[in-house]
Design a protein around this ligand. Structure first.
Ligand code: ATP
Length: 266
């Protein structure tokens, strides 16, 4: 967890669903902030096969939650529900306190949810700079995008004139991440950003994820490299067979991982 963000709960305590209003906030705005993402008893299916069997999960504002669990547990499906790609059959999807069941990916994006599309969503025949320029259609000033992105990704600034398709796999993933954070989202959903990358690059990517978190973006992370995800997480959730079984401090959840991966339900 980053030193700059206070831990608001103790060992064994539940994850705080609402975060305190900033100190000194006027009384009218002092109500606790609703979580960036909240899933309540969410069920979801592919065709007639239900794969999420009542998922409860919250990502408090400005915090990083690592969603871990064995293959087929339903982690990617949970991300798909949170990004609007899959509609829940029942239960609630709340974004910053707004009930958004059935909202399209575009509506969720307008509500501040951002994710990296499959295939990274970058344009290989455009330069790094041009890939970033395309984001400004959303009404975001390019000077702001540049400042934010190159502050977080100095390597992309060095490569700004290079065609995206000629970047290394790790740099392409950085560009995908850069495009995702450029618009200053409230919630970032990251599914296996390490896929196919060398461990050293993955380490660098996760250092950047930690830096993104320090800017106040809430992040839900799904990752095979559990240790890497846990190193930047404030909280961890363990998913087994379509349900979140445990939520807690990263170290506590890490101890249960092996049992969940090799011994069935935690
Ligand atoms: P992994 O760690 O292997 O990526 P996961 O925890 O992300 O797994 P999901 O990809 O969410 O798990 O899959 C949950 C269940 O849903 C699995 O049984 C999977 O086979 C099934 N599933 C996933 N995608 C589809 C699909 N498009 N159509 C039908 N079934 C699917």
């Amino acid at each position: 967890m980053s030193a700059s963000r206070p831990r608001t709960w103790g060992r064994g305590a539940r994850m705080p669903l609402e975060t305190a209003a900033p100190a000194g906030a006027p009384a009218a705005t002092a109500a606790p902030a609703k979580p960036a993402l909240e899933l309540i008893d969410v069920r979801a299916s592919y065709g007639r096969i239900e794969v999420l069997h009542g998922v409860d999960l919250a990502v408090p504002r400005g915090s990083v939650v690592a969603l871990l669990g064995p293959n087929g547990a339903g982690k990617t499906t949970t991300i798909r529900v949170a990004s609007g790609l899959l509609k829940p059959d029942s239960g609630c999807l709340h974004i910053a306190g707004k009930h958004l069941n059935g909202a399209s990916p575009e509506d969720l994006s307008r509500a501040g949810v951002c994710t990296i599309p499959e295939g990274r969503g970058i344009f290989p025949n455009l330069t790094v700079l041009e890939n970033l320029e395309l984001i400004t259609y959303a009404g975001v000033r390019f000077s702001d995008v540049r400042e934010r992105v190159f502050g977080l990704f100095p390597r992309l600034e060095e490569r700004r004139k290079q065609l995206a398709g000629t970047l290394s796999g790790g740099e392409q993933q950085m560009l995908a991440l850069a495009r995702a954070v450029a618009t200053d989202p409230g919630l970032l959903l990251l599914d296996e950003i390490s896929m196919g990358l060398a461990p050293k690059i993955v380490e660098e990517l996760y250092r950047i994820v930690g830096d993104i978190a320090k800017t106040g973006v809430a992040i839900l992370l799904v990752e095979q490299f559990a240790a890497m995800a846990l190193s930047v997480a404030d909280f961890a959730a363990l998913m087994v067979q379509g349900k979140v079984r445990t939520v807690g401090e990263p170290a506590d959840v890490e101890r249960q991982l092996q049992h969940a991966y090799f011994g069935g339900a935690a």
